[in-house]
Ligand binder design. Structure first.
Ligand SMILES: *[C@@H]1O[C@H](CO)[C@@H](O)[C@H](O)[C@H]1NC(C)=O
Ligand SMILES: *[C@@H]1O[C@H](CO)[C@@H](O)[C@H](O)[C@H]1NC(C)=O
Ligand SMILES: *[C@@H]1O[C@H](CO)[C@@H](O)[C@H](O)[C@H]1NC(C)=O
Ligand SMILES: *[C@@H]1O[C@H](CO)[C@@H](O)[C@H](O)[C@H]1NC(C)=O
Ligand SMILES: *[C@@H]1O[C@H](CO)[C@@H](O)[C@H](O)[C@H]1NC(C)=O
Ligand SMILES: *[C@@H]1O[C@H](CO)[C@@H](O)[C@H](O)[C@H]1NC(C)=O
Length: 459
């Protein structure tokens, strides 16, 4: 993840590559495992990130979310004040002010904007939680100072709770990219422990003991996850959103390669290796290594596999190979993009006039345009289904996507969300993930007022 390129607010940053440790190359490709559908039932989560800048040029609204195919919406992003630790909204117009069709504004104590619509989605989809995601790539620098002392860490939790209680949310997701050392890690663990306590105390009094979610957006690069306090956080949190993408891309790779492969390539290692500037060496990037590592420290069913709804495009590819497929070759610069150079929405892929290839060894796909000398790495529904099989075979807790504006409509055969949800057994095989509707302390009368219509005993 997470090039938080709100057109008007942020500028694109490039990703920091990670430096993995040595690892094994064991492939356990399980294409047709026996999952025991129906045995346990209700086992998978299906989450998606909605970005608050989607209401502008992308014209993608909260009301466009495929709510019945989801158990969770992660709303991106809130920021954190690097002096006080306070969590705050980043675009109040989008988040709480602008009127959707049918909204009639009365006064400022009425919640409007995306969060009002999300509350309505929750009323109509009781298995859908709305989670506020705090941080992301653009705001990554604020965490270290913000969580440096006890007072600011408590402020982080109190202000998060305030947003939950006012906006009618079901929890938060902390997306710190990334803790760098033992101090950062200890501060993150203490913050999460404080938030758990803070949320539970509120819930005991105001929400019949409802369990508000605490999630972590977690790195898939070895240099990052080996520093992450996975074992310490696991008992305190509800889920890991594993950011299993951006392994290769223009701006940070030496050769054209896969952005979100599950396995390393044995036949063409350049396509799945990244440059480690510390060791001055190429090292493997893949989901399998990350998942294997997390599983030694975390509860597998808490791990949700992140999948991209975008592609990365490489420009000026020089293909000197025999087979002329563009992969593992030198390139120069970012190719075409939908909103910025080098990144294409999945819903415009595969581009006309390109050749589409799949690699079943790594679980990846790409298009090659020899005339344009452009290669695009992305997931097709076929790849996404392979990944669904992989996550089920590994006993993971489900899937999630970055971001909701990138998919084809779920009614389309090309929809990745649909393909994966179907493969996971459909919504009837979702985990029970009941949301909260009862917010008696909300400063917004329409959210607070809805609470008077709810019998507490239902929770
Ligand atoms: C805190 O954020 C402000 C505003 O973005 C920035 O100017 C400042 O350098 C940051 N301070 C630290 C310690 O990161
Ligand atoms: C805002 O309008 C609502 C609905 O008419 C009303 O119940 C509430 O008292 C008003 N609040 C203020 C501060 O005027
Ligand atoms: C790979 O790219 C990095 C910069 O992104 C560069 O420093 C390094 O020398 C390159 N490695 C090789 C073998 O070309
Ligand atoms: C890569 O592209 C840049 C900008 O177009 C150009 O200046 C540079 O010479 C190119 N590098 C190579 C190795 O072709
Ligand atoms: C790609 O081709 C299809 C079918 O011929 C056409 O409907 C579509 O408009 C084309 N898309 C672009 C971007 O040219
Ligand atoms: C509460 O329920 C009443 C009766 O169904 C309805 O008219 C009213 O709009 C509801 N209030 C809120 C805030 O949802």
């Amino acid at each position: 993840m997470r090039f938080s390129n709100a057109a008007t607010l942020f500028s694109l940053s490039s990703i920091a590559q990670a430096a993995p440790a040595a690892h094994g190359h064991q492939h356990v490709h399980t294409r047709n495992p026996q999952y025991g559908y129906g045995g346990g039932g209700q086992q998978y989560q299906s989450g998606i990130f909605y970005v608050n800048w989607a209401i502008y040029a992308r014209a993608h609204m909260v009301t466009d979310l495929p709510a019945d195919k989801l158990t969770k919406v992660n709303y991106a992003f809130a920021n954190v004040n690097n002096v006080t630790g306070e969590v705050f909204l980043t675009d109040e117009w989008a988040d709480i002010q602008f009127g959707y069709p049918g909204d009639v504004a009365t006064n400022s104590s009425q919640l409007l904007g995306n969060f009002n619509q999300l509350y309505k989605l929750k009323q109509n989809n009781r298995n859908l939680k709305v989670i506020l995601s705090v941080g992301g790539w653009s705001f990554r620098g604020n965490f270290r100072p913000a969580l440096a002392n006890e007072i600011t860490r408590q402020k982080f939790c109190d202000s998060s709770l305030q947003l939950i209680a006012d906006l009618g949310l079901d929890g938060i997701d902390i997306d710190w990219e990334y803790p760098e050392d033992a101090t950062d890690s200890a501060n993150l663990v203490d913050t999460v422990a404080r938030c758990r306590k803070t949320f539970d105390e509120y819930a005991h009094v105001n929400a019949a003991g409802y369990h508000f979610d605490l999630g972590i957006s977690a790195p898939a690069g070895p240099q990052r996850y080996t520093v992450f306090p996975i074992a310490e956080l696991d008992p305190l949190i509800d889920n890991w959103n594993l950011m299993a993408f951006d392994y290769q891309g223009p701006g940070f790779s030496n050769f054209t390669g896969h952005l979100s492969n599950v396995y390393p390539s044995s036949t063409n290692p350049k396509t799945t290796n990244g440059w480690n500037s510390e060791t001055q060496d190429f090292v493997p990037f893949n989901t399998k290594d990350a998942v294997d590592y997390y599983k030694t420290k975390a509860t597998p069913s808490k791990i949700q596999l992140g999948m991209p709804l975008y592609g990365r495009s490489f420009a000026n590819v020089v293909d000197l190979s025999k087979n002329q497929r563009g992969m593992g070759q030198k390139f120069n610069g970012s190719g075409e993009g939908t909103w910025e150079a080098g990144t294409l929405d999945y819903k415009v892929l595969p581009q006309n006039g390109t050749k589409l290839y799949h690699d079943k060894e790594v679980l990846g796909a790409w298009t090659w345009d020899a005339a344009k000398k452009q290669l695009v790495t992305f997931d097709t529904p076929e790849v996404a289904v392979w990944k669904a099989d992989y996550l089920m075979a590994e006993g993971l807790g489900g899937a999630w996507w970055w971001d909701s504006s990138g998919d084809y409509p779920v009614s389309s055969k090309k929809s990745i969300v649909s393909a994966v949800v179907n493969r996971l057994g459909g919504p009837h095989n979702f985990r029970i993930n009941t949301n909260n509707l009862y917010y008696p302390k909300s400063k917004y009368y329409n959210i607070r007022g809805a609470a008077t219509n709810i019998t507490l005993g239902r929770f």
